[in-house]
Design a protein around this ligand. Sequence first.
Ligand code: HEC
Ligand code: HEC
Ligand code: HEC
Ligand code: HEC
Ligand code: HEC
Ligand code: HEC
Ligand code: HEC
Ligand code: HEC
Ligand code: HEC
Ligand code: HEC
Length: 476
Amino acid sequence: MIRRKRTAKTVGQRHDLNYFKAWTPSRKWRFALIAAFCILGLAWFLSSFMPGRQAAFSKGPLSRAHSIFGKQCSTCHVNMNDHGELKTGFKNVASDAACLSCHDAPSHQKTLTFTPTCGSCHVEHRGVFRLTHMEDMNCVQCHKDIATYSTANSVHIENVVLGFNTKHPEFAPLREGEKDPGTIRLNHSVHMKAGLRGPNGQLVNMECSDCHRTPADAQRPWHYSEAGLKPPPRQDHEFDLPNPDTDRAHMEPPAYARTCFACHTLEFDTHIKEYAPHDKPEVVHKFIIDRLKEYIARHPEALRQTRSDDRYIPGQTSIHVAHTTPSEWVEMHTKDAEQILFRKTCKLCHQMDYRSADGTLTPQALPKVVESRITLRWFPKSVFSHQAHMTVTCESCHAKALTSTQTEDILLPGIKTCQTCHNGRPNVEGVSENGCFLCHTYHKWDQRKDFKGKYTIHQLTGSLIFNGVETMTRSR
Ligand code: HEC
Ligand code: HEC
Ligand code: HEC
Ligand code: HEC
Ligand code: HEC
Ligand code: HEC
Ligand code: HEC
Ligand code: HEC
Ligand code: HEC
Ligand code: HEC
């Protein structure tokens, strides 16, 4: 009888405690395979950097605008051939010079400490719909502390901007103590009241669009304009096809002839039906004299009339005498007319300046009309378009226009109004775009130079086409 001596020790000895150190055939194979793959991978990776080799990284589709020449890698990657192989160097770089061979994209500021590459902001190979839609970081990399990224001794803008809804300064005209520099007196509240006395004593309700319209909308007739006033012919865009956005970004400055005339006419003498021209006092002066001369020549009997319409003018004694000569009559009536016009009618809307060049007061001379200074662009450092916001009522952004009584009031919306809508990326419902690119330009487009295209159609499309048949593919 065989008795097995089965103890814990004998059982334990049946196992090779160093089994993991053993080089079994299958293990050898596995190791060899892993090593081979690693070496192969590394070799493939490294070789891709060698001239003449295929680019190593997967590159996605080009942006829509560039897909036309997407097969010709070399148009952007100067060291790559059109098969995506590197000709020189170890890294493929899309050079800024290549971009600038097709685009004139002026720099951002003269005072930059460094210039980011075109491709860092306009991200390629992601098939993006718009190359101009980019992450805020592209701007915030400098604007998080602009003073350190400017070569100027001092900067003229708010130093820290991190994001439109996180940290962005209040718009300059809305800051403490800012005033509208305009000199035309306009009481918005009076004119927006229901039942305003309009032309011929009619009661009317004025709308913002009776005084404010974009250049494109200024073509339609105005309610309170000079009779027969024709809108100025459109000059710049006659050759463009109608586009819903053309000329609809900003409002035309209100003009007397279009917007005030019907209710604030410029009468100057009861004898004459015409109104004084809305022009410089010198022109008004000449017009008055001419009309009065004409009148007295045709109506000599007026010389014998006493002035029945004598109006009390402070500092002047009314005279009830008949005039002796026509020129005296004209002089007298001109003086009266100008008293009324310059000291009352024009003064309703204008600041009249009676000082001569050296600053001394000259009440007898013709006054100067102080420049109107109606601001055309309130936010010159940003882009804005009324067209994009035409869905919204004027008052919901310009609420102060209903209550303001002084020209110096600022009626513009502040940043909080914009933030109610522009509060994120529109891939989330309930928000509207708030990327820096929406409201700002980066390139100083007014500094564009004379630019000429360099490519032929064939070079750009990569093929030579004769009579509609592709005969040859471009190679470099
Ligand atoms: C419109 C210009 C443009 C064209 C055409 C273009 N690329 Fe690019 N490519 C870029 C930009 C911009 C970048 C990213 C910026 C950079 O790294 O210089 C880039 C990056 C790359 C990268 C990554 C490079 C790296 O070092 O990070 C590869 C690989 C690449 N492109 C391959 C190709 C290939 C292959 C083609 C041709 C089929 C091609 N590209 C055509 C503009 C272009
Ligand atoms: C071979 C010529 C060519 C080269 C090189 C080129 N582009 Fe373009 N680009 C075009 C054409 C054509 C369009 C479409 C017309 C347009 O919108 O101006 C375009 C459009 C654009 C647009 C506007 C379209 C959009 O989606 O917003 C941007 C931005 C742009 N290119 C930037 C670049 C950058 C950055 C580079 C360099 C990496 C570059 N381009 C290289 C020809 C070129
Ligand atoms: C390389 C650094 C840098 C980058 C990147 C940069 N900026 Fe600027 N930016 C500046 C400097 C410097 C100034 C001028 C500051 C000064 O001197 O007051 C400036 C000025 C501005 C101004 C005021 C312009 C004016 O007319 O006064 C705006 C708006 C602006 N940047 C927006 C942007 C936006 C939007 C982007 C991103 C698309 C951007 N910046 C990217 C450096 C940069
Ligand atoms: C009777 C004509 C008239 C009407 C009606 C009128 N405005 Fe004005 N508005 C003016 C004139 C003139 C100016 C320039 C003088 C000034 O700055 O007050 C002006 C200036 C403005 C300005 C820029 C000046 C600033 O300080 O912000 C805004 C904005 C404005 N108006 C909005 C409106 C809105 C909104 C309405 C309708 C609720 C409206 N206006 C109705 C004549 C009018
Ligand atoms: C009901 C208001 C109103 C009255 C009254 C009025 N104006 Fe004006 N005036 C305006 C407005 C609004 C403008 C700015 C836009 C324009 O050119 O019509 C203006 C502009 C002017 C300008 C151009 C100044 C500049 O800087 O743009 C002159 C000159 C002028 N007026 C002269 C006169 C004279 C002279 C009288 C009186 C005979 C007069 N105005 C009466 C509203 C008025
Ligand atoms: C529909 C008629 C109408 C139009 C158009 C109109 N106004 Fe008036 N305006 C009036 C009436 C009526 C008053 C007197 C209101 C009152 O005192 O209650 C008035 C008063 C004024 C006053 C004195 C306001 C005050 O503070 O008492 C000024 C200044 C003025 N208008 C300027 C203008 C200017 C500038 C325009 C063109 C941009 C204009 N108005 C267009 C009807 C009009
Ligand atoms: C919804 C529109 C909007 C967005 C989004 C926006 N801004 Fe602005 N930004 C404005 C307006 C409007 C102004 C005032 C411009 C003026 O006063 O001329 C302004 C002013 C500025 C100024 C000048 C500040 C000063 O001191 O005068 C800078 C710098 C600036 N923005 C940078 C940025 C940057 C960076 C981003 C992205 C993080 C951004 N903005 C996003 C509308 C916007
Ligand atoms: C989404 C808000 C918003 C709405 C809605 C809006 N505005 Fe504006 N408005 C602005 C901003 C912002 C500016 C300053 C733009 C600039 O000059 O840079 C402005 C400027 C103006 C100006 C000064 C001239 C100019 O265009 O810069 C007038 C006048 C004006 N608006 C009238 C109106 C009238 C009338 C309506 C209705 C038809 C209207 N606005 C609707 C935001 C708005
Ligand atoms: C009622 C919501 C609302 C308000 C308030 C609003 N916006 Fe917008 N805005 C929009 C929408 C929606 C768009 C279209 C967005 C898009 O195309 O991605 C837009 C577009 C814009 C654009 C691009 C215009 C264009 O033609 O491409 C600018 C710039 C802008 N807004 C600035 C402003 C500023 C500055 C304010 C504050 C004075 C403001 N917005 C207030 C809803 C709003
Ligand atoms: C800091 C980011 C940034 C850099 C760097 C940059 N851009 Fe732009 N670019 C923008 C923004 C934001 C816009 C849209 C606003 C504008 O028109 O300025 C734009 C607009 C453009 C447009 C006009 C697109 C259109 O059709 O509206 C072209 C073309 C362009 N860039 C080419 C270039 C070229 C070429 C370079 C390199 C020399 C370059 N960009 C460098 C941010 C940048």
